[in-house]
Ligand binder design. Structure first.
Ligand SMILES: Cc1cc2nc3c(=O)[nH]c(=O)nc-3n(C[C@H](O)[C@H](O)[C@H](O)COP(=O)(O)O)c2cc1C
Length: 482
């Protein structure tokens, strides 16, 4: 289901009993975070919050809109995110790919099948109002945590094009405000936006950038999804909302933005301009990321809808709203992992592992050291390369039940035999690696051991009650007063 605007989604949230309106004035400097953080820490992620009066700004702010399994599904217009995974899995199984490259091409075809291709239109509500002088101070941009270097735009859709192929990329990269028309652009080393920027630098060409905020909530989700470089996130958005995204051209460059979004910041990055230190910023990791050099984004024009709502989120000590976004990505893309590794049964990135720190994967084990094959495979797949700890368990383990995973982990491993260390690219946000962007990884095989895995003893069975006795006792207990 497609939403016409973020405003439309706000109404849907309200109708579903999933929205709290905050009518008193609240300061985007720290105060919104304190209220939103308390809400995000409630069981099942609390409610979405609409701050109607943001101190010093002209627009309301929506936060925690994706912050529960129910709201994440609502944002994608489905009852349950697994429905999307099932459908995508079915499409991909129709013609199983023979290589990763083919799998990616197939993903593109699957999106096109739904007529999900973005469509160019001549005008859009996002251009209803053109600010006579671009001024970020009109937006309720948060300073999230006390040691943050300033205010940060936390849920932007950063739109760039590959200067060689023209392929569009839409990534969610935080933007630290420098002044009323300049921000930093925090595309990290391994992300597609950064690759485009490095290519513009080689070509010594100014890089057009457009930043869209809001619109159908599916857009921001698509911008955070780990799509392979070269696949347009607006195609995924169209596929998910079952309707092509209408794109309108910016006024100051040739980039296109979703016509229904709430705000558009048009501008450029000059790849030859000196980098400056961005950050610190209270991050997904639960710690502040240290200042690092990043390029600046110069804003030439700001446009917005008349009924614009500013979308935001906060990241910090888990669980936070982004856990639900990350989980939805994993659910939706599980069929893609399974296409490459048909032994994978399920996968979970627990909230405590803040995305890449911990991946638990269950497999249908078929041969000695099978778990290690899966670990190496995952470390070689896109953003999975950042994973610090991979735990492989047997197919009968519920990877979403951390207690069960810990039980199997502790029970089934002989550390010397079952743990491997390796090295590779790391999340640049990880403060624990000795150097930025590179670190060690650990893989733990918590599956049952079989012949050929340096195990000289038989593996004992797991304690389980006899099914017939269980059924009999179910029946018996029904008659026992509680
Ligand atoms: C709330 C939120 C904020 C994010 N901020 C950043 C960021 O500042 N820089 C970054 O490189 N990735 C950030 N990410 C992760 C990227 O959006 C994600 O890796 C995405 O897949 C990148 O897209 P790309 O592969 O097109 O570059 C953030 C994700 C979320 C959910």
């Amino acid at each position: 289901m497609a939403y016409d605007s973020l405003h439309d989604f706000v109404q849907k949230l309200a109708a579903a009993g999933e929205l709290k309106r905050i009518a008193v004035e609240v300061d985007p400097i720290l105060e919104i975070t304190e209220i939103a953080d308390r809400e995000m820490k409630l069981p099942q992620g609390g409610k979405a919050l609409l701050f109607e009066k943001c101190k010093g700004a002209q627009f309301p702010l929506l936060i925690n809109a994706y912050g529960s399994a129910k709201r994440m599904a609502l944002a994608l217009g489905v009852e349950n995110v697994d429905d999307i995974a099932r459908e995508l899995g079915g499409l991909l199984k129709a013609k199983p790919p023979t290589s990763f490259k083919e799998a990616i091409a197939l993903l593109g075809t699957a999106f096109e099948l739904r007529h999900a291709k973005p469509r160019s239109v001549k005008s859009g509500l996002c251009q209803e109002v053109v600010q006579s002088k671009p001024d970020l101070a009109t937006l309720p941009i948060q300073k999230c945590w006390p040691l943050d270097a300033g205010r940060f735009i936390c849920l932007p859709l950063v739109i760039t094009r590959d200067p060689d192929t023209g392929a569009r990329n839409v990534g969610c990269y935080r933007m630290q405000v420098i002044d009323e028309r300049t921000t930093f652009m925090h595309w990290q080393l391994h992300k597609t936006g950064a690759r485009h920027w490095r290519r513009y630098r080689e070509l010594k060409k100014r890089m057009p950038v457009a930043v869209a905020l809001g619109g159908d909530p599916v857009y921001a989700f698509a911008a955070t999804a780990p799509l392979p470089d070269g696949i347009d996130e607006m195609m995924l958005a169209g596929y998910l909302r079952k309707k092509s995204v209408e794109m309108v051209k910016c006024g100051t460059n040739d980039l296109e933005v979703p016509a229904d979004c709430d705000f558009v910041l048009e501008g450029y990055v000059d790849p030859e301009e000196k980098l400056d230190l961005e950050g610190p910023f209270g991050d997904h990791t639960g710690y502040y990321t240290l200042p690092e050099p990043y390029p600046k984004f110069h804003i030439e024009r700001i446009t917005h809808r008349r009924d614009a709502v500013y979308p935001s989120t906060i990241v910090g000590v888990p669980p936070m709203e982004d856990f639900y976004m990350g989980t939805a990505s994993v659910r939706i893309f599980l069929p893609v992992f399974q296409m490459n590794f048909n032994e994978i049964v399920d996968m979970a990135l627990p909230a405590e592992g803040v995305f890449h720190n911990l991946v638990v994967v269950s497999i249908k084990k078929q041969f000695p050291y099978h778990a290690m094959k899966v670990m190496h495979g995952l470390w070689g797949m896109g953003q999975m390369m950042f994973t610090k700890i991979i735990v492989v368990v047997d197919e009968d383990v519920d990877v979403h039940d951390t207690r069960e995973v810990l039980f199997r982990l502790c029970a089934n491993i002989d550390p010397d035999r079952d743990v491997i260390f390796t090295k590779g690219p790391a999340d640049v946000l990880d403060h624990a690696t000795p150097v930025m962007g590179f670190g060690s990884k650990i893989g733990i095989d918590a599956t049952h051991k079989i012949k050929g895995e340096s195990n000289t003893r038989p593996w004992p069975p797991l304690i389980e009650m006899d099914e017939v006795v269980k059924k009999r006792m179910d029946e018996l207990l029904r008659h026992v007063a509680r």
